[in-house]
Design a protein around this ligand. Structure first.
Ligand code: NAD
Length: 416
């Protein structure tokens, strides 16, 4: 069995590499290698059968020099403070790459949301919100959905926070239902942003969207919508994966029938129009594009050698370990890194927060136009840094993000 990577150390490897180009003052660099604040809580939940269970939850605020903390809350079995810290650091660079005035944060609860009843999930969420109350708020730290959390979970967080404040505070979370002040376009924002960067990368690499053989790992918010949108644009979705395993058909998978199959059976497996494979077997199939849109470290030293693809677009956060990243770069695979590729979600979260703070409602068309502008600009800036420094896209994106955060830290100075 492969050793579990130490995620935060993995994340810092990219920062250390970026600093070879930035040469930051020692104090600023040290500051960037540590989270500002971490909270660990143990959440008591009365289960439906009358027993008590305790779940450990985390919120890490990595750096808030550029604005309030921003980052999702993930419900995932085995999640650790190390992983949440790594994800909070990535959020910090990501907000800076797309130049929105937020710092980076992240939360997580060690639980298997798939086996909790709706009532258990609600009690867990409300008590977790209570524990987070001193830390979160529209001007302090604004949670959003992530793996196994959704707009319902955001509605419970918003309601609990509002009850404790004594008035309704929609802007304490983003990714809310539209009926509670959620933004139009938030649900598909991450995948739409990812597609914008894929189109830019395809242009830069002289590739073509039509018939682009694509595998997508993860069939949730990011994975499903990315596969669906790419399919609509002419790509051939040859492989898909979820937590149960993978499916593959070199002639292409029909997106509407697979979506129905997943809804009916709860899994992608045993779909008539494709063969069952393991995720590692799917990764070894010849493709033009792989979109990891699920867990951290899914592409790792255990499977990287067998990967035969031209491009990887990271819908997930931290899906490629630093060692695997090195191998892929040597192989000449073009990687759109997480802090650039999946930033569309936080960009539209920013729009949602702005609309909430100003009590405004923007139109879909306006949101899509603004998203496209920000994502295209960020892609161009990262590409220019990559070319100017003859370095890979992850290092270039980290240079851009870390540089902007470092500038804010330097200008503000250290308190007191
Ligand atoms: P989700 O809960 O909607 O979906 C997760 C999917 O991953 C599910 O289909 C699940 O079956 C699948 N999965 C779980 N374990 C797997 C495994 N071992 N192999 C293959 N698939 C597996 O979550 P999401 O919101 O789509 O988030 C997915 C990733 O995208 C996460 O890394 C998240 O941090 C990142 N992300 C999400 C957003 C967002 O707006 N939701 C924004 C930026 C980044």
């Amino acid at each position: 069995m492969m050793k579990k990577p130490v995620y935060f150390k993995e994340t810092l490897a990219a920062v250390e590499k970026a600093n070879q180009y930035l040469n930051l003052p020692e104090g600023v660099f040290k500051r960037l290698c540590l989270p500002t604040r971490s909270l660990t809580v143990n959440i008591p939940v009365k289960m439906d059968d009358g027993t008590m269970s305790f779940f450990t939850g985390y919120r890490v605020q990595y750096d808030m020099s550029r604005g309030p903390g921003k980052g999702g809350i993930r419900y995932h079995p085995g999640i650790t403070r190390d992983e949440v810290t790594a994800l909070a650091a990535l959020m910090t660079w990501k907000c800076a790459v797309v130049d929105i005035p937020f710092g980076g944060a992240k939360g997580g609860v060690d639980c298997d949301a798939r086996i909790l009843s709706l009532g258990e999930k609600e009690r867990l969420t409300r008590r977790f919100t209570y524990e987070l109350f001193p830390l979160i708020g529209p001007e302090k730290d604004i949670p959003a959905p992530d793996m196994y959390t959704d707009e319902q979970v955001m509605a419970w967080i918003m309601d609990t926070y509002s009850m404790m404040k004594g008035f309704t505070v929609p802007e304490v979370v983003t990714g809310k239902p539209v009926s509670l002040g959620g933004s139009k376009g938030r649900k598909t924002a991450t995948s739409e942003g990812l597609i914008i960067t894929i189109i830019e990368a395809i242009k830069a690499e002289g590739m073509c969207l039509e018939g682009l053989r694509t595998s997508v790992l993860g069939f949730g918010n990011v994975g499903y919508h990315s596969a669906r949108l790419l399919h609509m644009l002419g790509a051939t979705i040859v492989g898909l994966a979820d937590s149960h395993g993978a499916i593959y058909n070199p002639r292409g998978i029909n997106m509407s029938t697979i979506a129905r199959h997943k809804t009916e059976t709860g899994s992608l497996a045993d779909f008539e129009g494709a063969d069952n494979l393991t995720v590692d077997e799917l990764l070894a199939m010849e493709t033009d594009l792989i979109i990891p849109a699920a867990i951290c470290g899914q592409i790792n030293p255990g499977n990287v050698d067998s990967i035969k693809t031209r491009m990887i677009a990271e819908g997930a956060n931290g899906p490629v370990t630093s060692e695997a990243d090195r191998v892929l770069i040597e192989k000449g695979v073009f990687i759109i890194p997480d802090i650039l590729g999946n930033a569309g979600g936080v960009v539209v979260s920013y729009f949602e927060w702005l609309q909430g703070m100003q009590r405004l409602l923007w139109k879909s068309r306006e949101i899509k136009k603004k998203l496209k502008h920000i994502m295209t600009k960020a892609f161009g800036e990262v590409m220019d840094i990559s070319k100017d420094n003859n370095t890979d896209m992850r290092t270039a994106a980290t240079i851009l993000g870390v540089k902007r955060v470092a500038e804010a830290i330097k200008m503000r100075g250290f308190y007191p």
